[in-house]
Design a protein around this ligand. Structure first.
Ligand code: KIV
Ligand code: ZN
Length: 432
């Protein structure tokens, strides 16, 4: 039976516009080891990258950008080790990034010698700030950089036919560029790479810096989806950054607008404010009863791996993963949760108040759901007593004892945990 209700599919009584919902997971691409890694104070070592890569494989990622081999020896060596030690499962495709320069493309192709399959990701910035300030060129000059790079990719990869090559092009700064120019550049790339419906290429549309509301990005993606040449031979990918804090919304709307694939990082790591957070995106689908195709059941282990590898803490209120997200502090919340858990049946829709998903689905325990401090009422106190000491207090005693607990917590100003509640109860009522 389906555990989660489709809240995003709720019909409004007099809706005048189509009800667009997400009904399947996009193709995920983890760029933790590239965009995520390049934004770390201390980038990952080869060993750490290997541990992270294997964990991403375990989570079910089928496309993983593993580095920028022409920019760093660590990344070059890591790609070599992945290939030589045969660490890449048959159903997983590694991806590497390169700028559209001849020497860098050559080094990138060299790093992939012996790979069964690889996504070669080439990019160049196209927006006016880059044209005018960084490259001191015009639209034709920027288009020429893409065209030349694309040709080199085609020529150099042809010399390594043992690898199945999938080409990816990113017009970097897409969301800040003139949309018709972005299409013109992408179409020029497509004309060189000549994809077919049986052997598609990837066009990836980055919000390199998030500058507009998420609907605007989705409108840009939709326009490209409608107008790109050879759309049936293209996997349309999005790459939202989070400068305005709306990357998750941008990615969701972009997929509704026609994107097939999303690039991002666990816990929203990545340059500046990060890439889009793949955990939130996938778990948002999961909480609507849609299988995300990746597995975050072992959430605490994933969080630990992430924190060790990146030296970045996961926020305690991070959706689905933070330490506090299955915790209720207020009495009315605790009371409602207690009632919800008591009547929740295994094969019914999940509908415990204040808990968007069953914590057990990410291997978190019910024990941690209710914590008690000076803001809590009798519900939480009696719930913890029942869970940890096994007895149900009569209502009058619940009220009386919760006042005792509140007083202790008020004077310490701290949370009071289940063990202390049981000890307090013993002291007040059991010991003579
Ligand atoms: O944010 C970006 O534009 C990128 C590209 C290299 C895809 O990371
Ligand atoms: Zn990026």
């Amino acid at each position: 039976a389906q555990k989660y209700r489709r809240f995003d599919a709720i019909q409004l009584p007099d809706r005048q516009w189509p009800n667009v919902v997400l009904d399947k997971a996009p193709i995920w691409m983890s760029t933790d080891l590239r965009d995520g890694n390049q934004a770390l104070i201390d980038p990952m070592s080869v060993e750490t990258k290997m541990r992270f890569f294997l964990a991403l494989v375990d989570m079910g990622f089928k496309e993983i950008e593993v580095g920028f081999p022409s920019a760093s020896d660590t990344d070059f060596n890591f790609v070599r080790r992945l290939i030589e030690e045969k660490r890449i499962p048959d159903d997983v495709t590694i991806e590497v990034l390169t700028q559209a320069r001849e020497d860098l493309i050559a080094r990138t192709v060299e790093s992939l010698k012996g790979a069964k399959r690889a996504i070669l990701h080439v990019y160049n910035p196209i927006a006016s700030a880059f044209r005018e300030i960084v490259y001191r060129t015009d639209k034709a000059g920027v288009k020429e950089i893409a065209v030349r790079g694309t040709r080199w990719v085609k020529e150099m990869t042809a010399k390594q036919p043992e690898t199945e090559w999938i080409y990816q092009y990113s017009p970097e700064t897409f969301s800040s560029a003139e949309i018709e120019f972005a299409k013109e550049v992408c179409d020029a790339v497509t004309a060189i790479w000549q994809p077919t419906p049986d052997h598609k290429m990837i066009i990836n549309l980055p919000a390199t810096v998030e500058m507009a509301t998420p609907n605007t990005y989705a409108d840009q993606v939709e326009w490209m989806h409608r107008h790109l040449n050879k759309r049936d031979s293209i996997i349309l990918s999005v790459h939202p950054h989070n400068d305005r804090g709306t990357a998750v919304a941008a990615a969701e709307l972009a997929v509704m607008a026609g994107a097939d694939r999303v690039e991002g990082c666990l816990f929203g790591n990545g340059e500046r404010t990060g890439n889009v957070d793949l955990i939130t995106l996938a778990m948002n689908l999961y909480s609507q009863g849609i299988h995300p195709g990746v597995d975050f059941t072992q959430m605490d282990q994933i969080r630990q791996l992430f924190e060790e590898a990146t030296q970045l803490p996961v926020h305690p209120r991070h959706p689905y993963a933070g330490e506090l997200v299955f915790t209720a502090f207020s009495g009315s919340h605790q009371d409602a949760i207690k009632k919800g858990l008591a009547v929740q049946k295994a094969d019914d829709y999940w509908q415990v108040p204040y808990l968007p998903i069953d914590p057990a689905d990410v291997n978190r325990s019910y024990d941690a759901v209710v914590r008690v401090n000076s803001q809590s009422g009798k519900g939480g106190v009696s719930f913890l007593l029942q869970q940890h000491a096994g007895f149900e207090l009569p209502r009058r005693l619940q009220i009386e004892f919760s006042k005792v607990v509140q007083k202790v917590s008020d004077s310490s100003g701290r949370e009071i945990n289940a063990d202390n509640i049981v000890t307090l109860f013993d002291k007040e009522y059991v010991q003579v």
